[in-house]
Design a protein. Structure first.
Length: 435
């Protein structure tokens, strides 16, 4: 493996940029689409808010784990770098290959799909073509110069937080619903219903680990990376609780259950007849920031893998302005294929399963690394160790078991992809060693 260090000239991301990457990756389609699906399973406002709080706590446990690993092993690549160092290079390379095909390209496609659909409620445009155009335009900002991409990310994330703040303040100021419209269910929800609702919440919280993918480009990563992961996750958890409280405060449970466009429904009740269009426009702007964050973080996995694997080395070559242009182009090309051929639900389930596998293994790696390398310098240590890695790994395992039971086709397809990635990685590393 290459060294953990990085050229100081490439470290252009500060605390605010790194935190913005985390926030922008997390706040996407999930919080504005999944509450209605959860309300169908758990028709009780108190339980629903509790589920969102639980999801935030699990995500924070994951951020605590990645904070320790990122400070001890400050190199871009995320799971590719962590798993290759903690377990075996084959597992690390497999995680990198999965990140290329699913980890970032699929969420980018999902965000582009949602952007296109919401844009179509305002303008007579094709959702698919709008999503594709958004991907290509955002890609250009990041291809030109790393610093231009950084400024674009900061601006779009600031706009995202400002829009959420306006929506929350307006929702809290609006007259509440009559008491009967938000009444709780007469019985506690069942275990399977709660578990399936948590699956939707975990998807909405995905992205809390985004800053780990650009660790080599963060100034003073041993200090800044943990702060960005923890503060970004905490900010989004608070925002999610407030947003969902507003949704539950402004939309009757009967109207909410089973509805995907909950943001537009809530906005229509807060702002009046034009609220749906306003919300659609807001979501388009929010999703621009989400796509931008993924275009910034995702190609760094390819770039880091290319530094170690000769076959992928062309992807590691940055432009004169520091942008991993070939990696960005490949990532966006795969996202465009997902956009053209995959349905929203299929891509979501497939991506969620694979991401959970590698995130759970990485969190468990905190315990493994403390046992195998106790003398490794750790500038930042996980709080309340070993509870965070145990809680996160346990929650990930429960989600995977549920996904296998409820969505077997997508789950087995994800398992097949992981198996192929492991076999391809073993073959490539054996071939590399022989030559």
């Amino acid at each position: 493996m290459a060294s953990n260090g990085s050229d100081g000239n490439s470290q252009v991301l500060g605390y605010f940029s790194a935190t913005a990457i985390v926030v922008a990756n997390m706040v996407g389609t999930g919080v504005f689409t999944t509450l209605g699906l959860q309300a169908e399973l758990v028709p009780d406002p108190a339980w629903l808010l509790g589920i969102w709080l639980a999801g935030g706590l699990v995500a924070f446990c994951g951020a605590l784990c990645y904070a320790e690993l990122g400070a001890a092993l400050p190199r871009s690549g995320g799971e590719y770098h962590f798993l290759g160092r903690i377990y075996h290079p084959v597992l690390g390379l497999a995680a990198g290959l999965v990140s290329v095909t699913v980890g970032f390209a699929a969420p980018m496609a999902l965000a582009a799909m949602a952007l296109g659909r919401y844009a179509a409620t305002i303008f007579p445009v094709s959702p698919a073509w709008t999503g594709a155009a958004a991907l290509l335009v955002i890609m250009l900002f990041h291809l030109v110069d790393v610093r231009i991409g950084q400024r674009f990310q900061l601006l779009s994330t600031a706009l995202k937080l400002a829009l959420i703040t306006v929506f929350v303040v307006a929702g809290l100021s609006a007259p509440p619903l009559p008491a009967g419209a938000t009444s709780a269910a007469t019985a506690a929800p069942s275990g399977p219903a709660l578990s399936l609702a948590l699956v939707f919440v975990f998807y909405a919280y995905s992205g809390w680990n985004a800053a780990a993918y650009v660790a080599s480009e963060i100034r003073r990563p041993q200090r800044v990376l943990p702060l960005a992961l923890l503060h970004g996750t905490a900010i989004v958890t608070v925002a999610y609780l407030l947003l969902n409280y507003v949704f539950l405060r402004t939309v009757p449970l009967q109207a909410l259950a089973g509805t995907v466009e909950i943001g537009a429904l809530s906005a229509a009740r807060i702002f009046g007849a034009t609220g749906g269009a306003v919300m659609s426009g807001m979501l388009c702007l929010l999703l621009v920031s989400t796509i931008s964050a993924m275009v910034l973080a995702g190609p760094r996995v390819l770039q880091t893998a290319g530094e170690d694997i000769p076959l992928l080395r062309p992807l590691a070559q940055p432009t004169s302005h520091g942008a991993p242009a070939r990696a960005i182009l490949l990532q966006v090309a795969i996202a465009l294929i997902f956009l053209a051929t995959g349905s929203f639900e299929a891509v979501l389930t497939f991506a969620g399963f694979t991401l959970t596998v590698f995130a759970g293994l990485t969190a468990l790696g905190v315990i493994v690394l403390r046992l195998t390398e106790p003398r490794l310098p750790r500038p930042w240590r996980t709080w309340a160790y070993p509870l965070p890695p145990l809680l996160f790994t346990g929650a990930s395992g429960a989600v995977l078991i549920l996904a296998l039971r409820e969505r077997p086709l997508a789950a087995f397809a994800a398992i097949a992809l992981i198996g192929l990635a492991v076999l391809a990685s073993a073959w490539q590393l054996r071939r590399q060693a022989a030559s």
